[in-house]
Design a protein around this ligand. Structure first.
Ligand SMILES: O=C(O)c1ccccc1N[C@@H]1O[C@H](COP(=O)(O)O)[C@@H](O)[C@H]1O
Length: 235
Protein backbone atom coordinates (compact mmCIF):
# COMPACT_ATOMS: atom_id res chain seq x y z
CA UNK A 1 0.00 0.00 0.00
CA UNK A 2 1.38 3.42 -0.95
CA UNK A 3 2.03 5.82 1.89
CA UNK A 4 -1.07 7.82 2.87
CA UNK A 5 -0.32 11.49 3.36
CA UNK A 6 -2.68 13.56 5.47
CA UNK A 7 -2.50 17.34 5.69
CA UNK A 8 -4.48 18.40 8.74
CA UNK A 9 -5.98 21.68 9.88
CA UNK A 10 -6.93 23.06 6.48
CA UNK A 11 -9.28 26.01 6.74
CA UNK A 12 -9.20 27.96 3.46
CA UNK A 13 -9.93 27.07 -0.19
CA UNK A 14 -6.41 28.16 -1.19
CA UNK A 15 -4.57 25.91 1.23
CA UNK A 16 -6.99 23.04 0.61
CA UNK A 17 -6.17 23.33 -3.11
CA UNK A 18 -2.47 23.40 -2.25
CA UNK A 19 -2.84 20.09 -0.39
CA UNK A 20 -4.93 18.50 -3.14
CA UNK A 21 -2.60 19.79 -5.87
CA UNK A 22 0.43 18.42 -4.04
CA UNK A 23 -1.18 14.98 -3.98
CA UNK A 24 -2.37 14.59 -0.39
CA UNK A 25 -4.47 11.48 0.16
CA UNK A 26 -6.34 12.88 3.15
CA UNK A 27 -7.32 16.41 4.08
CA UNK A 28 -8.19 17.13 7.69
CA UNK A 29 -10.46 19.74 9.21
CA UNK A 30 -10.33 20.54 12.90
CA UNK A 31 -13.55 20.91 14.90
CA UNK A 32 -12.14 22.05 18.23
CA UNK A 33 -12.78 25.71 19.12
CA UNK A 34 -9.54 26.28 21.13
CA UNK A 35 -7.49 25.41 18.04
CA UNK A 36 -6.29 28.15 15.66
CA UNK A 37 -7.32 25.69 12.91
CA UNK A 38 -10.93 25.32 14.05
CA UNK A 39 -13.49 25.62 11.25
CA UNK A 40 -17.20 26.30 11.60
CA UNK A 41 -19.69 23.99 9.93
CA UNK A 42 -20.47 26.29 7.01
CA UNK A 43 -16.79 26.70 6.11
CA UNK A 44 -16.20 22.98 6.52
CA UNK A 45 -19.12 22.14 4.25
CA UNK A 46 -17.74 24.38 1.50
CA UNK A 47 -14.25 22.91 1.82
CA UNK A 48 -15.59 19.36 1.85
CA UNK A 49 -17.55 19.94 -1.36
CA UNK A 50 -14.33 21.05 -3.03
CA UNK A 51 -12.33 18.06 -1.73
CA UNK A 52 -14.83 15.25 -2.20
CA UNK A 53 -13.64 12.59 -4.63
CA UNK A 54 -10.15 14.14 -4.78
CA UNK A 55 -8.91 13.09 -1.34
CA UNK A 56 -10.43 11.51 1.73
CA UNK A 57 -12.03 14.01 4.08
CA UNK A 58 -11.12 13.68 7.73
CA UNK A 59 -13.07 15.40 10.53
CA UNK A 60 -11.00 15.83 13.68
CA UNK A 61 -12.82 16.11 17.00
CA UNK A 62 -11.79 15.98 20.66
CA UNK A 63 -14.19 14.19 23.00
CA UNK A 64 -17.12 15.55 21.01
CA UNK A 65 -20.63 14.62 22.13
CA UNK A 66 -23.07 12.83 19.85
CA UNK A 67 -25.00 15.96 18.89
CA UNK A 68 -21.81 17.73 17.79
CA UNK A 69 -20.67 14.70 15.83
CA UNK A 70 -24.09 14.34 14.21
CA UNK A 71 -23.94 17.95 13.01
CA UNK A 72 -20.41 17.48 11.62
CA UNK A 73 -21.28 14.24 9.86
CA UNK A 74 -24.42 15.77 8.33
CA UNK A 75 -22.62 18.89 7.08
CA UNK A 76 -19.30 17.43 5.99
CA UNK A 77 -19.98 13.75 5.20
CA UNK A 78 -16.41 12.82 6.22
CA UNK A 79 -14.68 9.66 5.03
CA UNK A 80 -13.00 9.27 8.40
CA UNK A 81 -13.63 10.57 11.92
CA UNK A 82 -10.40 11.36 13.76
CA UNK A 83 -10.88 11.04 17.51
CA UNK A 84 -8.16 13.02 19.26
CA UNK A 85 -9.40 13.04 22.84
CA UNK A 86 -9.84 10.47 25.57
CA UNK A 87 -12.48 8.43 23.72
CA UNK A 88 -12.58 4.85 25.04
CA UNK A 89 -12.28 1.74 22.85
CA UNK A 90 -15.99 1.09 23.55
CA UNK A 91 -16.92 4.59 22.40
CA UNK A 92 -15.22 3.91 19.07
CA UNK A 93 -17.52 0.98 18.38
CA UNK A 94 -20.58 3.03 19.37
CA UNK A 95 -19.63 5.93 17.10
CA UNK A 96 -18.81 3.70 14.16
CA UNK A 97 -22.19 1.99 14.46
CA UNK A 98 -24.12 5.24 15.06
CA UNK A 99 -22.64 7.30 12.25
CA UNK A 100 -21.48 4.62 9.81
CA UNK A 101 -18.14 6.39 9.37
CA UNK A 102 -14.74 4.69 9.88
CA UNK A 103 -12.76 6.01 12.84
CA UNK A 104 -9.11 6.85 13.39
CA UNK A 105 -7.99 6.98 17.02
CA UNK A 106 -5.10 9.21 17.99
CA UNK A 107 -2.94 8.01 20.87
CA UNK A 108 -0.14 10.02 22.45
CA UNK A 109 3.15 8.19 22.79
CA UNK A 110 5.82 9.23 25.29
CA UNK A 111 6.92 6.01 27.01
CA UNK A 112 6.69 2.23 26.49
CA UNK A 113 3.55 1.99 28.69
CA UNK A 114 1.68 4.08 26.11
CA UNK A 115 1.98 1.17 23.71
CA UNK A 116 -0.25 -0.87 26.05
CA UNK A 117 -2.88 1.88 25.89
CA UNK A 118 -2.53 1.87 22.13
CA UNK A 119 -3.06 -1.91 22.02
CA UNK A 120 -6.55 -1.46 23.47
CA UNK A 121 -7.57 0.38 20.29
CA UNK A 122 -5.74 -1.85 17.83
CA UNK A 123 -8.35 -3.90 16.00
CA UNK A 124 -11.16 -1.55 17.11
CA UNK A 125 -10.12 1.52 15.17
CA UNK A 126 -10.01 1.54 11.38
CA UNK A 127 -6.75 3.44 11.66
CA UNK A 128 -4.41 4.43 14.43
CA UNK A 129 -2.66 7.76 14.65
CA UNK A 130 0.50 7.71 16.76
CA UNK A 131 1.09 11.24 17.94
CA UNK A 132 3.25 13.00 20.52
CA UNK A 133 1.74 13.80 23.91
CA UNK A 134 1.08 17.53 24.37
CA UNK A 135 3.75 19.48 26.23
CA UNK A 136 2.89 20.44 29.85
CA UNK A 137 0.37 23.28 29.92
CA UNK A 138 -0.53 22.98 26.22
CA UNK A 139 -4.08 24.00 25.30
CA UNK A 140 -4.34 21.49 22.47
CA UNK A 141 -4.08 17.69 22.75
CA UNK A 142 -2.40 17.67 19.31
CA UNK A 143 -1.18 20.05 16.65
CA UNK A 144 1.66 21.24 18.87
CA UNK A 145 4.49 20.56 16.44
CA UNK A 146 6.44 18.32 18.82
CA UNK A 147 7.73 14.88 17.85
CA UNK A 148 8.02 11.86 20.11
CA UNK A 149 10.87 9.38 20.29
CA UNK A 150 10.28 7.30 17.16
CA UNK A 151 12.52 4.53 18.54
CA UNK A 152 9.66 3.64 20.90
CA UNK A 153 7.72 2.24 17.95
CA UNK A 154 10.47 1.28 15.50
CA UNK A 155 9.93 -2.26 14.28
CA UNK A 156 6.45 -2.53 15.86
CA UNK A 157 3.56 -3.93 13.84
CA UNK A 158 -0.10 -3.14 14.41
CA UNK A 159 -3.27 -4.88 13.24
CA UNK A 160 -4.74 -1.62 11.97
CA UNK A 161 -3.02 0.62 9.43
CA UNK A 162 -1.25 3.41 11.31
CA UNK A 163 -0.30 6.99 10.60
CA UNK A 164 2.67 8.68 12.23
CA UNK A 165 2.14 12.25 13.43
CA UNK A 166 3.58 14.78 15.82
CA UNK A 167 6.17 17.35 14.86
CA UNK A 168 6.65 16.15 11.30
CA UNK A 169 7.82 18.68 8.72
CA UNK A 170 9.39 18.69 5.24
CA UNK A 171 12.88 18.23 6.73
CA UNK A 172 12.24 15.23 8.99
CA UNK A 173 9.43 13.29 7.32
CA UNK A 174 11.82 11.35 5.07
CA UNK A 175 13.80 10.03 8.05
CA UNK A 176 10.56 9.15 9.84
CA UNK A 177 9.26 7.18 6.87
CA UNK A 178 12.55 5.32 6.44
CA UNK A 179 12.81 4.40 10.14
CA UNK A 180 9.19 3.62 10.99
CA UNK A 181 7.71 2.60 7.63
CA UNK A 182 4.23 3.78 8.69
CA UNK A 183 1.15 3.30 6.54
CA UNK A 184 0.73 7.05 6.53
CA UNK A 185 1.99 10.37 7.85
CA UNK A 186 0.01 13.27 9.27
CA UNK A 187 1.13 16.87 9.60
CA UNK A 188 -0.35 20.12 10.77
CA UNK A 189 1.95 22.78 12.23
CA UNK A 190 5.00 21.59 10.28
CA UNK A 191 3.46 22.96 7.07
CA UNK A 192 2.46 26.32 8.54
CA UNK A 193 4.10 29.77 8.54
CA UNK A 194 2.26 30.73 11.75
CA UNK A 195 -0.21 28.85 13.99
CA UNK A 196 -3.24 28.03 11.84
CA UNK A 197 -1.78 29.59 8.66
CA UNK A 198 -0.82 26.89 6.18
CA UNK A 199 2.02 27.50 3.73
CA UNK A 200 1.45 26.04 0.22
CA UNK A 201 5.20 25.72 -0.43
CA UNK A 202 5.72 23.77 2.79
CA UNK A 203 2.75 21.53 1.98
CA UNK A 204 4.24 20.72 -1.43
CA UNK A 205 7.70 20.14 0.07
CA UNK A 206 6.25 17.83 2.72
CA UNK A 207 4.38 15.69 0.20
CA UNK A 208 7.46 15.50 -2.06
CA UNK A 209 9.75 14.45 0.77
CA UNK A 210 7.33 11.85 2.12
CA UNK A 211 6.72 10.33 -1.33
CA UNK A 212 10.42 10.24 -2.17
CA UNK A 213 11.25 8.41 1.06
CA UNK A 214 8.39 5.95 0.54
CA UNK A 215 9.44 5.24 -3.04
CA UNK A 216 13.06 4.67 -1.99
CA UNK A 217 12.01 2.43 0.91
CA UNK A 218 9.78 0.24 -1.25
CA UNK A 219 12.01 0.07 -4.37
CA UNK A 220 13.32 -3.45 -5.04
CA UNK A 221 16.98 -3.90 -4.11
CA UNK A 222 19.36 -3.84 -7.08
CA UNK A 223 20.58 -7.37 -7.96
CA UNK A 224 24.11 -8.19 -6.80
CA UNK A 225 26.81 -7.55 -9.41
CA UNK A 226 27.73 -11.01 -10.81
CA UNK A 227 30.07 -9.82 -13.57
CA UNK A 228 33.68 -11.17 -13.46
CA UNK A 229 35.98 -9.17 -11.22
CA UNK A 230 37.73 -6.41 -13.11
CA UNK A 231 41.51 -6.58 -13.46
CA UNK A 232 42.96 -4.26 -10.89
CA UNK A 233 46.63 -5.24 -11.14
CA UNK A 234 48.89 -2.88 -13.08
CA UNK A 235 51.13 -5.71 -14.34
O1 LIG B 1 -4.13 20.64 14.64
C1 LIG B 1 -4.81 20.93 15.64
O2 LIG B 1 -5.10 22.10 15.91
C2 LIG B 1 -5.27 19.85 16.56
C3 LIG B 1 -6.11 20.19 17.60
C4 LIG B 1 -6.56 19.23 18.48
C5 LIG B 1 -6.15 17.91 18.34
C6 LIG B 1 -5.29 17.55 17.31
C7 LIG B 1 -4.83 18.50 16.41
N1 LIG B 1 -4.00 18.17 15.36
C8 LIG B 1 -3.46 16.86 15.11
O3 LIG B 1 -2.28 16.68 15.86
C9 LIG B 1 -1.32 15.97 15.11
C10 LIG B 1 0.05 16.53 15.27
O4 LIG B 1 0.11 17.85 14.82
P1 LIG B 1 1.48 18.57 14.46
O5 LIG B 1 1.86 18.11 13.08
O6 LIG B 1 2.48 18.15 15.48
O7 LIG B 1 1.19 20.00 14.50
C11 LIG B 1 -1.72 16.05 13.66
O8 LIG B 1 -1.63 14.74 13.28
C12 LIG B 1 -3.11 16.61 13.66
O9 LIG B 1 -3.99 15.67 13.12
Amino acid sequence: MALEIKICGLSTPETLEAALGAGADMVGMVFFPPSPRHVDLATAQTLAARARGRARIVALTVDADDATLAAIVAAVRPDLLQLHGTESPERLAILRARFGVPVMKAVGIAMPADLDRLAAYDGRADRLLLDAKPPKGAVLPGGNGVPFDWNLIAGRAFAAPFLLGGGLDPANVGAAVRLIRPDGVDVSSGVERAPGIKDPDRIAAFVRAARAADTAATAPARPADTSPARETSLS
